[in-house]
Design a protein around this ligand. Structure first.
Ligand code: ATP
Ligand code: MG
Length: 621
C-alpha cells in the first residue's frame, strides 16, 4: 500500500491506529474520557477517503449534538482542506439525519418543536386531570415510545398521539420511528455504507435500532463511546448497548484505548477515584501528561460567596481585574499561565443554578456565554413568528396557523383552533385559501392583520433570506423593539433558506443548536453550561459549580434521578479539564467529594468579607 500522507496517521498511538485503519465490518472502540475517541473517529473518516478511496458521499457520522457535528465538520475541513468533499458527507445527530431522510420524498415533514409539544402535553394533562409537568410527561412519552418502562396512566399517551396526529406533525420520537419504518431507497442507503457513531453509550433503544437498520446494507460500522459517561438513562439510553451490539454482531471487533491525552495526572486521579466510588473497579486510564497542579477544592461560605470567588478568580487568571480576597484565599499565589476567557468553563448541574453566577460575572465585567439555554426561543412572539412562517411554507399546516394566531394576535383559543382546523382542510392553494379563510371567519378581526401579512410574505418566503424576512416581519407587525425577536433575527444570519432555518430552530431546542457552535457569535467569553452540555468537550480550566449535597446527586421530587448516573455525570464534569480543575462547594458538600484522594487535592476556603458580600447583595437587588 502507498504511504499515508504526512499528518494523517502521525502521532496516533498503536490502539488508535488499529481503530483508524481497522477493516473489520464492525468495530467498537470502548475507552475512557480524553483517550482520543472522537479524534480517532475523525481520523478514520480521513483515512477512509484518502487511503481507501471511499467516496465522501458514502460516509455518515452520527454525533450526539448539533454542536458536536459542527465541530466535526470543522476538523474535517481542516484535515481535507476541501470544503466540497466534506460537504458530501452526512454528519449530524440522529434527529437531523432522520429529518433529512424523510424530507425530500413526498410531503415535507412537519416537526413539532419542544414548545409546541409541551402545549399539546399540557392540553392532555388538563383533559385527563393529571398533575404532572408537561416536560416530565413528554419524557415519559419518550420512554414509552422507546420501548422502555414508563409511568404513564392509561389513555394519556393515546390522547397525546391523537393530538399530534391531528396536528399532522411529528414529535422528536416520531421522527425516529418514522425513519425506522421507512425502507431506505437504494440511493439514500449508499450514504450509510460507512457508518460511524460517536457517544454510542448514550443511544436510546430506538436509536440503536436505527443504527442496525442503517448498517444493514452497509460495509462498515464503527461505534465509539464510554459506558462510564452514560448520562442519558433518564431518556431511555442504556450503556449496555455495547454488549447488545456484541451479541447482535458476532464478528464485532472491540478496541480499548488507555492513554488520556487531555488531563493532568491529578485531574485523572481524582476522576478515577470518583468513578470507582460506584463499584470499586479500577479503570485503565493513564495520563500522557506528566505534571500538573493539584485539583482545588474550594469551600465557600455561601452561594453568593462562591459566585464572587469564581468571578474574581477568573479575573485573576486572565490577568485583568484587581485582586481582592479571592486571590489571597486561593492559596495559590500569582503563578500559573495567563488565560484567555475562552480557556475557561463553569459547569453546573442545572441551568437554574447559573443565575447567581451570571450576576457575579457581570459584576466583575467578565464576558460569558450561556450554552444551551435559549430562553428567548420560548418567548411567545418568537414562537408565533416561527409558526407564522411555518404555516406559509407548509400550506395545510393547521397547527402552525393556530399557534401563530394565538401567540401573535392573541386570538381566542377556540377561534384559533377552528381556523387551524379549517386551514388544514382547505389551505392548500395559498392565495385562495387566505380569502376563503377570511370569508369563513368573517367577523374575526384577529385574522385581519394575519391576512395582510400572509399576502405580503407568502410570495417572498421561499425566495428571500430568513434574515431579511424576519427583519421586515418585525417591522410589519410593530414588534421591532422586542428583544427576543431581535435575537431570533440575528440567529438567522447564517441560514440561506427559511425552511432550513425553521428546521434548525425546531431541532435545535432538542439539545443545543448548530448556532451555538458558530464561532463569530462568541469569542473571548467564559463558557457556562450544564454538565450534560459539556459532554465530549474540553477546556484548559474548569470550575465545577455547586458540588453540594442535594445538587449532585440532584435530589428533586419532580425529576427523580439515579445516583449512579449522577456520579457518572460528576465524572464527565471532572474529565473536561485539561490543566486546572476547581471544585466549588458552598452549603453541605456533595457525598461524591469523599472519594477524592487527599494527596491530589488542595483545599481552601473563601473569605469573602461580610461587608463586601452585603455590598454585592445590595447591588443585585
Ligand atoms: P470524551 O470521552 O471526553 O469524548 P475522547 O475520547 O473523545 O474524550 P478526544 O476529545 O478525541 O477524546 O481527545 C482528547 C484530547 O486528546 C484532544 O485534545 C485530542 O486532540 C488529544 N489527543 C487524542 N489522541 C492524541 C494523540 N495520539 N496525541 C496527541 N493528542 C491526542
Ligand atoms: Mg469524544
Amino acid at each position: 500500500t502507498s504511504q499515508p500522507p504526512a499528518g494523517l496517521l502521525e502521532g496516533l498511538n498503536e490502539e488508535q491506529l488499529a481503530a483508524v485503519t481497522a477493516s473489520d465490518p464492525a468495530v467498537a472502540v470502548i475507552a475512557g474520557p480524553g483517550t482520543g475517541k472522537t479524534k480517532t473517529l475523525v481520523s478514520r473518516i480521513a483515512y477512509l477517503v484518502q487511503e481507501r478511496g471511499v467516496k465522501p458521499s458514502e460516509i455518515t457520522a452520527v454525533t450526539f449534538t448539533n454542536k458536536a457535528a459542527a465541530e466535526m465538520l470543522e476538523r474535517l475541513e481542516i484535515q481535507f482542506g476541501d470544503k466540497r468533499k466534506v460537504g458530501r458527507m452526512q454528519i449530524g445527530t440522529f434527529h437531523s439525519l432522520c429529518l433529512h431522510l424523510l424530507d425530500g420524498d413526498g410531503a415535507p415533514v412537519a416537526l413539532l418543536d419542544e414548545s409546541a409539544a409541551e402545549d399539546l402535553a399540557a392540553q392532555v394533562l388538563r383533559e385527563e386531570g393529571l398533575r404532572l409537568s408537561p416536560r416530565k410527561f413528554l419524557e415519559e412519552v419518550s420512554r414509552r415510545k422507546a420501548g422502555v418502562e414508563d409511568s404513564l396512566p392509561a389513555g394519556a399517551l393515546e390522547r397525546y398521539r391523537e393530538l399530534t396526529a391531528q396536528a399532522g406533525a411529528l414529535d422528536f420520537d416520531d421522527l425516529l420511528i418514522q425513519a425506522l419504518e421507512q425502507k431506505l431507497p437504494q440511493k439514500k442507503a449508499k450514504a450509510f455504507s460507512y457508518l460511524l457513531v460517536d457517544e454510542f453509550q448514550d443511544v436510546s433503544p430506538l436509536q440503536y435500532e436505527l443504527v442496525r437498520a442503517w448498517n444493514a446494507g452497509g460495509k462498515s460500522l464503527f461505534v465509539i463511546g464510554d459506558p462510564d459517561q452514560s448520562i442519558y438513562g433518564f431518556r431511555g439510553a442504556d450503556a449496555r448497548c455495547f454488549a447488545r451490539l456484541a451479541d447482535d454482531m458476532p464478528g464485532l471487533r472491540t478496541i480499548h484505548l488507555k492513554t488520556n491525552y487531555r488531563s493532568t495526572p491529578p485531574i485523572i486521579s481524582c476522576a478515577l477515584a470518583a468513578i470507582a466510588g460506584e463499584d470499586g473497579k479500577e479503570r485503565p486510564l493513564t495520563p500522557h501528561r506528566t505534571d500538573g497542579a493539584p485539583v482545588r477544592l474550594v469551600t465557600a461560605e455561601s452561594a453568593l460567596a462562591e459566585g464572587i470567588f469564581v468571578a474574581k478568580e477568573i479575573g485573576r487568571m486572565v490577568g485583568g481585574v484587581d485582586m481582592l480576597e479571592a486571590q489571597a484565599s486561593s492559596g495559590r499565589g500569582e503563578g500559573g499561565p495567563v488565560r484567555s476567557f475562552d480557556d475557561i468553563a463553569v459547569l453546573y448541574r442545572t441551568h437554574h443554578e447559573a443565575r447567581l453566577l451570571e450576576k457575579c460575572l457581570r459584576q466583575e465585567s467578565i464576558p460569558y456565554v450561556v450554552h444551551g439555554r435559549e430562553d428567548f426561543l420560548t418567548d411567545e412572539k418568537v414562537r408565533g413568528t416561527a409558526a407564522f412562517f411555518r404555516a406559509l411554507l407548509r400550506p395545510g399546516d393547521g397547527l402552525s396557523l393556530q399557534q401563530s394566531l394565538s401567540l401573535l394576535w392573541n386570538c381566542p383559543a377556540d377561534l384559533a383552533q377552528s381556523a387551524g382546523a379549517w386551514w388544514k382542510e382547505h389551505g392548500q392553494g395559498m392565495e385562495e385559501g387566505i380569502d376563503a379563510l377570511l370569508a369563513a371567519f368573517e367577523n374575526a378581526g384577529h385574522l385581519r392583520q394575519w391576512g395582510a401579512l400572509t399576502r405580503e410574505f407568502f410570495p417572498r418566503c421561499a425566495k428571500e433570506s430568513p434574515y431579511k424576512l424576519l427583519e421586515d416581519f418585525r417591522l410589519a407587525c410593530g414588534l421591532n423593539d422586542h428583544p427576543p425577536l431581535e435575537k431570533l433575527t440575528h440567529m438567522a444570519v447564517f441560514d440561506k433558506k427559511m425552511t432550513e432555518f425553521l428546521d434548525n430552530l425546531a431541532l435545535g431546542t432538542e439539545g443545543d443548536l448548530r448556532r451555538a457552535a458558530q464561532k463569530s457569535y462568541q469569542s473571548g467569553a467564559v463558557r457556562l453550561m450544564t454538565l450534560h452540555g459539556a459532554k465530549g468537550l474540553e477546556f484548559p480550566v474548569v470550575f465545577l459549580w455547586g458540588v453540594n449535597k442535594g445538587s449532585l446527586p440532584l435530589v428533586s421530587s419532580r425529576h427523580p434521578t439515579d445516583p449512579a448516573e449522577e456520579r457518572r455525570l460528576f465524572y464527565v464534569g471532572l474529565t473536561r479539564a485539561k490543566e486546572e480543575l476547581i471544585i466549588m462547594t458552598s452549603s453541605e458538600p456533595s457525598p461524591f467529594l469523599a472519594a477524592l484522594p487527599r494527596e491530589h487535592l488542595q483545599a481552601s476556603m473563601t473569605h469573602v468579607r461580610k461587608a463586601q458580600e452585603a455590598k454585592q447583595m445590595s447591588l443585585f437587588d
